[in-house]
Design a protein around this ligand. Structure first.
Ligand SMILES: Cc1cc2nc3c(=O)[nH]c(=O)nc-3n(C[C@H](O)[C@H](O)[C@H](O)COP(=O)(O)OP(=O)(O)OC[C@H]3O[C@@H](n4cnc5c(N)ncnc54)[C@H](O)[C@@H]3O)c2cc1C
Length: 404
């Protein structure tokens, strides 16, 4: 059997047959490379570019994520969490979510779960750089910078054609090349979902009142506004707005932006005292129609890009990593081909149903909070108040978000 999706001219083989070639070294692809190498597989990581160097003396990067306990546990198991924690990770102990229309509030507290923290706010660049630093020791071969221009599947291997003429051969190819995943396109896996026609405006802001190590999120009909606590006392904001509104607030001068943000947050943390530079990211729900084809699997945003309102994007990706590693280890220990169809389908089935359920739940939340009609707003308020009062159900939600 041989399936070729694209081919180049004269090509040269780069090294011997690997167990796994990972394409994309973002947080998810780098974690997958390290996890699989530590599990004893021979691994190469292919990326278009080296990640930017991270330095503690640099300003806190605008791209931050909230890491759930399941992600911290994975990074800890890979031996990089202590480095990340010591460098710059901001713990949060509580989460307060409230409705701008009816005031209904949902509160989560780590103490209710007998935990110290609910999670950590960490720069993407720091997590990525820490993972990359550990690659050499784990024996991961880096192929960087490299652009994948073709993928072919043979009976016993998959083959990546790189733009410089090299060929990388592996039993399994892992596509972790982000939401636009060129490799997913190349192998013809479609996607479905929804363009929210929204942007997430991000910045770091100083507020008059302390954040109290609490992640605050106000749901407005235009989209959620989150204040994520940073250790330097500021908050990292993610302000989801319709495209036109996002464009408008991005164009405001700092003073007008601070005023608009203060109003949008209902001054929960008081007036906004200062704001860093800003950036805006398009928001969409994009789910791959399948997670495996031939000798290739999808991981991270290549498989699922979700609305940031639950702060779960990379956490889902890191859960994919743990599942893939466990699946491949089981297959190897049972003497099976790690890229056999039934092996990859086991990974795909488990992660696709879990990711899909979460992704559509976040989508449903975004829709429910966009309701403006008064009976619906009242019903939403009743629902949230009941949920907040129901300890066991709320605890289940918290444990699910934590990946426990
Ligand atoms: C505003 C906003 C806020 C967010 N907040 C949170 C949060 O609080 N919590 C959370 O969990 N998630 C959050 N997310 C989502 C999170 O940032 C993503 O889920 C995560 O970064 C995805 O990681 P990844 O490694 O899958 O993909 P990426 O980070 O996109 O990495 C893809 C990698 O592939 C490489 N690549 C691309 N094309 C090629 C190619 N052709 N050849 C070789 N290499 C290639 C790129 O160079 C890159 O290194 C947020 C997202 C947004 C937009």
């Amino acid at each position: 059997m041989s399936d070729t999706w694209s081919s180049g001219g004269s090509r040269r083989r780069a090294g011997s047959l690997l167990d796994v070639a990972v394409v994309g070294g973002g947080m998810v692809g780098a974690a997958a490379s390290l996890a699989l190498a530590r599990a004893g597989f021979s691994v190469a990581l292919v990326d278009a570019r080296e990640p930017a160097a991270w330095s503690a003396t640099d300003e806190i990067d605008l791209r931050v994520v909230g890491l759930a306990p399941s992600s911290v546990a994975l990074l800890d198991g890979l031996g990089v969490w202590d480095t990340i924690r010591a460098a710059r990770a901001s713990a949060y102990e509580r989460m307060v979510v409230w409705d701008a229309e009816n005031g209904a509030t949902l509160r989560f507290d780590a103490a209710d779960e007998a935990r110290d923290v609910l999670g950590y706010i960490v720069e993407n660049g720091l997590v990525q750089a820490s993972l990359w630093q550990a690659l050499d020791d784990a024996g991961v071969r880096r192929i960087v910078p490299a652009e994948v221009v073709g993928y072919a599947m043979r009976e016993d291997r998959a083959q990546l054609d790189l733009a410089d003429g090299q060929i990388v051969s592996a039993r399994l190819v892992v596509a972790a090349d982000g939401a636009e995943s060129p490799l997913r396109e190349m192998v013809g896996i479609g996607t479905h979902g929804r363009d929210y026609a929204q942007r997430g405006v991000v910045a770091h802001v100083a507020t008059a009142r302390p954040h109290e190590r609490t992640a605050w999120q106000r749901f407005l009909p235009t989209g959620p506004l989150a204040f994520l606590p940073l250790d330097d006392g500021r908050c990292s904001i993610v302000w989801s707005l319709p495209d036109v509104e996002a464009k408008r607030v991005m164009a405001l001068d700092d003073g007008a932006f601070r005023d608009a943000l203060g109003v949008a947050s209902d001054f929960r943390l008081g007036p906004i005292l200062s704001v860093s530079r800003r950036a805006a990211f398009p928001l969409r729900l994009k789910l791959a129609d399948r997670y495996e084809v031939g000798r290739l699997v999808l991981l991270g945003d290549a498989a699922h890009a979700v609305h940031p309102l639950a702060g779960q994007g990379v956490n889902l990706g890191l859960r994919d990593v743990a599942e893939l590693r466990d699946t491949l280890v089981d297959a190897r220990d049972a003497g099976r081909d790690i890229a056999a169809t039934h092996v990859l389908r086991r990974y795909a089935r488990r992660r696709r149903s879990a990711d899909g359920l979460d992704a559509w739940s976040f989508d449903a939340l975004a829709r429910v909070y966009a309701w403006k009609a008064s009976p619906l707003v009242t019903a939403r308020g009743v629902g949230v108040r009941v949920l907040d009062a129901l300890g066991p159900l709320k605890r289940r939600l918290a444990r699910h978000a934590a990946g426990l």
